[in-house]
Design a binder for this molecule. Structure first.
Ligand code: GRF
Length: 201
């Protein structure tokens, strides 16, 4: 299965998936990495791994429709079958979403539909979980549609909020869980245990 990644900053989830591909744990090939942030660690990681890496943003192509087209062409040129959003802070354009409908997944560091949507990213998610006094949090992998953190939930795992947890300690534990959970979810997709609406390969 040919994977295309979108990531805006650190890219640690993407890196976990690349490592699983490299070790043979996951029968997939990272084909391309796209970031809206030219300085992102994600692009640096991709280049280090020898994976084609591109910076696409309004700074590169000002017209949103043209940007969308260029992104879609890049995915197609690299024969991407499944798109993985891993910490991507932008929305995909209409053309890309249509072409890859049912074949774009996102990872979110909470139990959606709670703590999702605009502004719910990074430490804000974990601050909201702590502020609400929730006893558990988790990780969600879901299909992507035109709304932030909204598409069909494909897989979720739960972890406890521990006494004394701060947003920072929680963020650390959730991130560690994300790395293994994203890899496991992709394995389940490859093995047909999770069925996507569109056949992937
Ligand atoms: C992760 O928490 C992911 O769930 C969210 O953004 C964060 C990205 O972290 N969508 P990283 O860039 O993979 O390290």
């Amino acid at each position: 299965m040919n994977l295309g990644f979108f990531a805006s900053h650190r890219g640690s989830n993407m890196q976990a998936v690349i490592a699983a591909c490299n070790s043979g744990q996951l029968a997939a090939k990272p084909c391309v990495v796209i970031s809206n942030n030219s300085d992102s660690e994600a692009l640096a990681r991709a280049r280090k791994e020898g994976i084609p890496a591109y910076h696409f943003s309004s700074k590169v192509i000002a017209d949103p429709a043209e940007l969308d087209k260029a992104i879609l062409l890049t995915l197609q040129r690299h024969e991407v079958e499944l798109v993985v959003l891993a910490g991507y802070m932008k929305q995909l354009g209409e053309k890309t979403l249509n072409a890859y409908q049912g074949r774009v997944i996102n990872i979110h560091p909470a139990l959606l539909p709670k703590y999702g949507g605009l502004g719910m990213y990074g430490i804000h998610v974990h601050e909201a979980v702590i502020a609400a006094g929730d006893a558990e949090t988790g990780v969600t992998v879901h299909l992507v549609d035109a709304e932030y953190d909204h598409g069909e939930i494909l897989a979720q795992c739960r972890l406890p909020v521990l006494p004394g947890d701060t947003a920072e300690t929680l963020a650390g534990r959730v991130l560690e869980t994300e790395h293994t959970f994203l890899v496991q979810t992709l394995i389940d997709i490859v093995e047909g245990k999770i069925i996507l609406p569109q056949k992937v390969n």
